[in-house]
Design a protein around this ligand. Structure first.
Ligand code: GBH
Length: 434
């Protein structure tokens, strides 16, 4: 248990927690189906065979959850809007109620427009989905824009492309490897069109939540460095370069569909905030000619890299290494690469899975990462906020309910919420920052 006080962050720094619609809302009978409902219904896709039909039942219990947020003392709450719910009659009414409840509690709503729950019938491999996303965004902004000031277009398009379309571990369950790249391009195009729709609705705080982590080469051997550089392009540059520099990393253009040059102008539409989701670095080396079991995934042998273990580090119960200084390294690296093209950064997700109510491991993880974030500030990176993933234990995608990322425990039999030790700890951190 950490005892030294966490250093003071600048006045106005935004402290919050994050969730996503599909992972907490439940009430699946009150919305159209998403690709995650369809995926979950296929046997063997979700490890414990569970579904998100009820999840945390946040749809019906949002008042209790906003009270937990208020008691925690956060400035802001990042949630996502379910596109299939908005596509259903009265679907926006729920977000209306949620946003009113947040505003009444003095908590700033930060709305993510797409956190992986695509309506069934749409497909990111098709360009049309980008246009549909912008139309949906305009409808949400028209309804909520008088009270929601902060918007994030997409959550982790890199993970959605990799896990959902290249490897098939997430919905929609495709294993296209590099043929998945058009899904990345269409998400980026959807982002750019959505930024335009939000601007047209008067929004002034628009961003995206991208997953990032340092890539650590397995050795200094040329083949390991080359493989690591390639992996780094896929994770850290495939989305950031077009967004911030208006171009794809070398060699990627040719693999993308349509009029890439024209689309890049839309994709590079200026944004106000750059959201970073950080969990851990990755150790990467040359391919080893075998399938690799890694972090719950099976990586095919034909990939031009292999992912290795990071040794001598504690790991979370998900098996992810705990490397707080990776966050400092990542942020100074982004600043060095993108310079003044990098908008002010917000950490839109950071957190870990551990069991139990007396979650001292989670306290240690968060404490270390908040200090590492302060180090990045001290090194001159313009960071404006930090959001813990997550408020509640929830439906952890292909892992079902087995992984618990919450500051608040959820008993999935009774849906009872119980704040963990980390919740009390974070509340004290927030108090000390006032
Ligand atoms: C996020 O994805 C999602 O946005 C969120 O919905 C989800 O619940 C949350 O994180 C927790 O999973 O190299 O073995 O250390 C995070 C995606 C993919 C992050 C793999 C860390 C590296 C694992 N992640 N990853 S490892």
């Amino acid at each position: 248990m950490a005892t030294n006080p966490i250093p003071q962050f600048p006045a106005g720094f935004l402290w919050g927690v994050s969730t996503s619609a599909h992972q907490i809302e439940g009430a699946a009978d009150l919305r159209a189906p998403s690709v995650w409902d369809a995926f979950t219904a296929e046997p063997g896709r979700v490890k414990d065979g569970s579904t998100a039909a009820v999840a945390c039942d946040h749809y019906h219990r949002y008042r209790e959850d906003v009270a937990l947020l208020a008691d925690l003392g956060v400035d802001a709450y990042r949630f996502s809007v379910s596109w299939p719910r908005v596509d259903s009659p009265g679907g926006l009414d729920f977000y209306d109620r949620l946003v009113d409840e947040l505003c009444a509690a003095g908590i700033r709503p930060v709305a993510t427009l797409f956190h992986w729950d695509l309506p069934v019938g749409l497909d990111w491999l098709r360009r049309e989905t980008a246009e549909r996303f912008a139309q949906y965004t305009a409808a949400v902004a028209a309804r909520l824009g008088d009270r929601v000031g902060s918007w994030l277009t997409l959550n982790e398009p890199a993970e959605h492309t990799l896990l959902g379309h290249a490897l098939g571990a997430h919905a929609p369950g495709r294993q296209l490897l590099f043929d998945a790249l058009p899904a990345a391009h269409h998400q980026l195009l959807g982002h750019g069109l959505a930024v335009r729709a939000l601007r047209a609705a008067g929004a002034t705080d628009i961003g995206i939540a991208n997953s990032h982590g340092p890539t650590w080469p397995a050795s200094h051997a040329a083949e390991d460095l080359e493989a690591a550089a390639f992996y780094d392009i896929l994770l850290n540059r495939l989305f950031a370069d077009p967004l911030l520099l208006g171009r794809y990393p070398e060699g990627i253009d040719a693999l993308m569909p349509g009029d890439v040059e024209a689309d890049l102008k839309v994709i590079a539409e200026p944004i106000d905030r750059y959201g970073v989701n950080y969990y851990a670095p990755t150790r990467v080396g040359a391919p080893q000619g075998d399938e690799i079991e890694f972090g719950g995934l099976t990586l095919p042998a034909e990939l031009p890299f292999s992912v290795r273990e990071i040794e001598d580090r504690p790991v979370t119960d998900f098996g992810w290494p705990v490397v707080p200084e990776g966050l400092t390294e990542l942020l100074t690296g982004l600043r060095d690469r993108y310079g003044d093209r990098l908008p002010p950064v917000v950490i839109t997700e950071n957190g870990c899975s551990y069991p139990g109510l007396d979650d001292q491991d989670r306290i240690g993880y968060l404490d270390g990462h908040i200090r590492a974030l302060h180090d990045a500030l001290a090194a001159g990176v313009d960071v404006r906020g930090y959001f813990v993933w997550s408020l509640l234990d929830n439906f952890e995608w292909a892992e079902g309910y087995a992984r618990r990322f919450g500051l608040v425990h959820v008993d999935f039999a009774t849906l009872e919420r119980t704040p963990k030790a980390s919740y009390g700890w974070f509340r004290e951190v927030l108090r000390a920052q006032r």
